[in-house]
Design a binder for this molecule. Structure first.
Ligand SMILES: *[C@@H]1O[C@H](CO)[C@@H](O)[C@H](O)[C@H]1NC(C)=O
Ligand SMILES: *[C@@H]1O[C@H](CO)[C@@H](O)[C@H](O)[C@H]1NC(C)=O
Ligand SMILES: *[C@@H]1O[C@H](CO)[C@@H](O)[C@H](O)[C@H]1NC(C)=O
Length: 420
């Protein structure tokens, strides 16, 4: 069985439909294989490099503040203390797992770890950028680390006024969860930080963008504070039929959970607030140094934004969206256009001197919390640098990091997903 942490990443299995279930299984098997390779390699070298299991802590102040998971249970996080030169440095990582956009999908989520702490794993392994093994995590291994669990369904940006407690017992308190987690972490040492990095993957990458400046403002003035969004750059693009499927999905999330208030005011005053949930709008206002890790052929985006369920009635994309080796030339062209849209959406950000990016041409989603994609002898690289090296170089100002890969299939170091 795959490591338990991965189960929470298989959230899109919940999107029902048979092909998602198959994809989820494919992913599990793929990751098991990766873990097996990695574990067998390191176990030979040094038993102490085995992944650490870290306990879940439920928030103490959640009830008083009204910060609840969708089902009314207490939110939580996993904390591992830093040591040595890292003891006053903090790395936070926000869990991902999509969003719920309807009462029905939020009710379903209530019965999973993404909507209730009742179902959360009590211990999870810390790997990749969360690892305390310097060979796996050269720059951040000895920092204090916090993995923040995601259980609100709106990237920590829902507001309680929209709650549907009367009818459905659904709590939409993502923003309050964010604030309560910060309060608690500040009280256990974060308020004393020298260096801090807020990170997150997927919907957690989006949460990182939404809360990045607020995080900066909570830290001591003289601390170095930066943000890292992994696979969180969701594009406001049309699907293959020409419909804005993702935009209408975000519209539903924003309106159901009252997300507008957590979005940048200078955006929501100019346009429909659901468009302001897209990273290309959010990053325009971010003042804190920001790094973006994103594959140019993010499989989540290909499977939900470019070729969403129901857009491919004749099944022409059925194989290609699961494994790029099966794409025909005209499909590859569409994928190259999708990559161009990403680079286009990032063109202003590329001028940002404090920013950095690592846009590799791989068919994958999150890449920071797995050792194999973060930093290992076989990790994906651009210009001979792993993601860990690129992020470290940027964080510690060792060089300007603006890595954009050549188009698929030019990079032989990629891990490309092969869904069954
Ligand atoms: C929920 O109940 C409260 C008080 O019981 C009431 O004021 C409010 O209007 C109700 N909301 C909805 C959406 O029915
Ligand atoms: C998507 O676009 C097609 C063709 O333009 C249209 O017939 C269909 O109704 C649209 N579907 C949705 C869900 O908007
Ligand atoms: C790539 O990086 C490795 C490790 O940093 C180094 O040993 C190697 O010489 C580099 N290769 C090239 C072609 O620069």
């Amino acid at each position: 069985m795959a490591n338990p942490r991965l189960r929470s990443l298989l959230w899109w299995r919940k999107w029902a439909k048979k092909d998602w279930a198959i994809a989820a299984v494919g992913f599990t098997i793929f990751i098991s294989a990766l873990n097996f390779l990695f574990d067998s390699r390191t176990n030979d070298l040094d038993i102490s490099t085995a992944e650490d299991l870290v306990d879940l802590t439920l928030l103490q102040n959640a009830k008083d503040r009204g910060a609840f998971c969708l089902d009314g249970s207490s939110p939580g996080y996993h904390f591992q203390e830093g040591f040595g030169s890292g003891s006053r440095n903090w790395l936070l990582h926000i869990e991902g797992g999509g969003w719920c956009n309807t009462i029905e999908s939020c009710l379903h989520r209530k019965t999973t770890p993404l909507g209730s702490s009742k179902y959360m794993q009590r211990q999870i392994p810390f790997a990749g950028l969360m690892s305390r093994n310097p060979s796996q995590n050269p720059d951040f291994f000895n920092w204090n680390k916090v993995y923040i669990r995601y259980c609100d369904g709106a990237s920590f940006a829902g507001h309680t006024e929209s709650e549907l407690k009367n009818v459905t017992n659904l709590y939409f308190s993502g923003q309050l969860i964010w604030e309560s987690v910060m309060d608690e972490l500040l009280s256990i040492g974060l308020s004393n930080a020298n260096q801090a990095l807020l990170s997150g993957c997927s919907a957690g990458g989006l949460a990182t963008l939404i809360h990045c400046d607020n995080f900066r403002d909570l830290m001591p003035k003289d601390a170095t504070v930066k943000c890292l969004a992994d696979a969180g750059f969701f594009l406001d693009e049309k699907d293959i039929l020409g419909n804005y499927t993702m935009r209408s999905f975000y519209h539903d999330v924003v309106h159901l959970q009252g997300v507008s208030k957590s979005l940048p005011k200078d955006c929501t005053s100019r346009m429909d607030s659901s468009k302001c949930l897209f990273p290309q709008e959010i990053i325009k206002g971010i003042r804190t140094p920001l790094f973006l890790v994103n594959p140019a052929y993010d499989y989540w985006q290909i499977q939900h934004i470019l070729v969403p369920d129901g857009s491919d009635a004749h099944g022409h994309w059925q194989k290609c969206r699961m494994n790029l080796q099966y794409c025909n030339p005209s499909q590859i062209e569409k994928l190259q256009d999708f990559r161009s849209s990403l680079l286009n959406a990032l063109s202003d950000f590329q001028q940002n001197k404090e920013g950095g990016m690592f846009i590799n041409s791989c068919f994958i989603h999150c890449q920071t919390w797995m050792a194999n994609t973060w930093h290992s002898p076989t990790s994906p690289k651009i210009n001979n640098k792993t993601i860990a090296e690129a992020v470290g170089d940027w964080y510690f100002n060792r060089r300007v990091v603006n890595e954009v890969d050549c188009p698929y299939p030019c990079n032989p170091t990629c891990y490309n997903m092969e869904f069954a």
